[in-house]
Design a protein around this ligand. Structure first.
Ligand code: CU
Length: 415
């Protein structure tokens, strides 16, 4: 600890002295050529280089399992760094054209499956392909997403309590990284991750019994886990209770996620992953279904009851999930089925790696914004639109024109 600090300080002092001396000599001698001929100048240039390398060396003497100081905050203590190794980045740019370009990475929120059917042997089989692709976060902003089945979030899965499920994971041959799957609906080590570590081109399968009903996150748990999650590797699996869930008119699939990109918000082009921002927990983009929405994709009618399966792929932010202009009639807190329900709730807390089921009836037509009510995140992309059509319902919601008799009456009474 002390050696590190001493070396750092010596490096800084030598560096400052050398820079001052070089600057002073340069100022004294306008002729550049004679400047470089002076021997003592070369000595101080050498000292500057020495200070630079001493600083780098000082970093290496730091105990790796020590708490992170401010000036080293991009390094994980002791474990795998969150950053992608330089070799992989180099490989990515070398083979950039090999990566599939996905036109729309955002999972369709209306794509909620029916209960999965079992094969003749009574086992339900799912298979995922993990693939690293290039897609837009927002028009003109490209990111190297890591996916389950080329979409973010990965496909929603739906089984029933007590079902036997077989899960296969194939890692696409073009992948640069290993991947796996950890389903929170699984009881067993790693939620299946330890049984599904797949190299590019490899397939692994495991079987589990869905013991508990609930809405669960699944995600890639390959170290560095937060790096894989923040590239888009997450989704939801619903385990319905034996008696099933109540009937509703429409169901939607919405998962919040974070994207840590280099440079400023809105920077165009292929934006690299920023591991320092990941460790700081400051994403450039917060999304519903993988990317910033460009047009409303959820539609419903007045009089209908909707259910939203809401997840949070994280990895850092707790979501205050709210639908502007609606009150949730029922919330299954933390996606728990069989536990206490909430009624007449304004916002559902959706934990990172957690979920919530919300239900509400639509009474008034219009556009309803889904947001994370930590509203600065709206500026980072955390919004989506539910468009409701149908007859106006003036009993519940109606405009009052200025100067109308009602307005006048009110003024007379209250002023
Ligand atoms: Cu992964």
């Amino acid at each position: 600890m002390l050696i590190y600090l001493i070396l750092e300080m010596v490096s800084v002092i030598i560096g400052i002295i050398a820079i001052i001396f070089i600057a002073f000599q340069f100022y004294k001698l306008p002729n550049t050529l004679s400047f470089f001929k002076r021997r003592n100048i070369l000595f101080f240039v050498a000292a500057l280089f020495f200070a630079f390398f001493l600083g780098i060396f000082a970093d290496k003497t730091y105990p790796p399992n020590f708490a992170m100081p401010a000036f080293m905050h991009s390094h994980a203590p002791g474990g795998l760094p969150a950053s992608i190794p330089f070799g992989k980045i180099f490989e990515f740019f070398r083979y950039q054209n090999r990566f599939e370009k996905v036109a729309d990475i955002g999972a369709d929120p209306t794509n909620v499956p029916e209960l999965a059917a079992a094969d003749a042997d009574g086992i339900i089989r799912f298979s995922f392909v993990t693939q690293e692709v290039i897609a837009e976060i927002s028009p003109g902003i490209y990111f190297n997403y890591w996916t389950f089945n080329n979409q973010v979030p990965g496909p929603m899965l739906r089984v029933k309590e007590g079902d036997m499920v077989e899960m296969s994971v194939t890692n696409h041959p073009s992948s640069l990284h290993m991947h796996n799957i950890d389903l929170h609906a699984v009881t067993g080590p790693g939620g299946g991750a330890v049984l599904t570590n797949v190299n590019p081109g490899e397939t692994k399968t495991f079987r589990f019994k869905a013991l508990n009903p609930g809405l669960f996150i699944y995600h890639c748990a390959m170290p560095n886990v937060s790096t894989h999650n923040s590239h888009g590797q997450y989704g939801l699996i619903l385990v319905e209770p034996k008696e099933g869930l109540s009937k509703v008119d429409r169901e939607f699939y919405v998962v919040q996620g974070e994207l840590y990109t280099d440079g400023e918000l809105g920077k165009k082009g292929l934006v690299p992953f920023d591991s320092e921002a990941l460790l700081d927990g400051i994403p450039n983009y917060v999304t519903f279904n993988g990317r910033v929405e460009t047009a409303p994709r959820m539609k419903a009618k007045v009089g209908e009851t909707v259910r939203m399966y809401v997840g949070n792929g994280g990895v850092n932010l707790i979501s205050s999930f709210h639908v502007i202009g609606e009150i949730f009639d029922t919330v299954y807190p933390n996606g728990s089925i069989g536990g206490a329900l909430e009624h007449n709730t304004q916002a559902a807390q959706v934990l990172p790696g957690g979920s919530s089921i919300i239900e509400f009836k639509l009474d008034v037509p219009g556009k309803y914004l889904l947001v994370d009510h930590a509203l600065a995140r709206m500026n980072k992309g955390a919004w989506a639109v539910l468009e409701v059509t149908g007859e106006d319902n003036p009993e519940i919601f109606t405009p009052i024109k200025n100067g109308s008799s009602v307005e006048k009456e009110k003024r007379e009474i209250y002023h």
